[in-house]
Design a protein around this ligand. Sequence first.
Ligand SMILES: NC(=O)c1ccc[n+]([C@@H]2O[C@H](COP(=O)([O-])OP(=O)(O)OC[C@H]3O[C@@H](n4cnc5c(N)ncnc54)[C@H](OP(=O)(O)O)[C@@H]3O)[C@@H](O)[C@H]2O)c1
Length: 206
Amino acid sequence: MGSRDAERGRLAAERLGARTVLLDVTDDASVAAAARTVAADGGLDVLINNAGVEGRTGDAGVIGAADATADAVRRVFETNVFGVVRVSHAFLPLLQRSAAPVVVNVSSGLASLSHVSDPDSPAYGYPGVAYPASKAAVNMLTVQYAKAFPNIRINAVEPGYTATDLNAHTGTQTVEEGAEIIVRMAQVGPDGPTGGYFDVSGPLPW
Ligand SMILES: NC(=O)c1ccc[n+]([C@@H]2O[C@H](COP(=O)([O-])OP(=O)(O)OC[C@H]3O[C@@H](n4cnc5c(N)ncnc54)[C@H](OP(=O)(O)O)[C@@H]3O)[C@@H](O)[C@H]2O)c1
């Protein structure tokens, strides 16, 4: 389990029975060191790109169109998009050595252009720019990586609106409910889907 904070990682790992590795997805050296540690520790079968930020303005609103400076949007992309690229690039050589490698990119329902542009969808009213754009980019990375690495099952998932730090615990699902599709897609076998975008009920429109 990657964590950028050693102590928070240790506490979470204790509860899960996991081992931790220091990992800041925005930092090349940290990601490279984590990949070396995991390689030395036996390799990797499943990579879950879960780290994400929503990006907030000073008054704790989301980064909407009027506030969307390049710097504000870049900060969100640094974690949500370049973090996925950085970690995937560093860990792909390890995944290639696995018999049944899997990548799960934790996207969002707000990545769906279909939903965000549909007035009948709850996603329509979300005013943020940076976060949905970053997750739409994650979906495209998923499709392109899946084609480039046909031996790896690579999918994007939408966990659903889940009570976590990201939304100040306003989400309506438990973390266990939100984790369900992540865990399910982490366990797909070599015959499972790849290059897809799923929530707990099945495939989602891009
Ligand atoms: N909650 C929802 O309703 C919802 C809905 C759709 C998608 N998602 C996605 O689900 C994923 C998990 O989010 P969450 O809801 O569980 O939010 P969260 O509680 O804020 O968790 C995000 C995690 O990402 C870690 N992180 C942030 N920047 C990082 C970095 N540079 N390097 C390493 N780790 C970093 C955070 O670490 P620290 O503990 O050190 O801050 C935190 O543990 C995200 O990709 C999010 O976009 C969430």
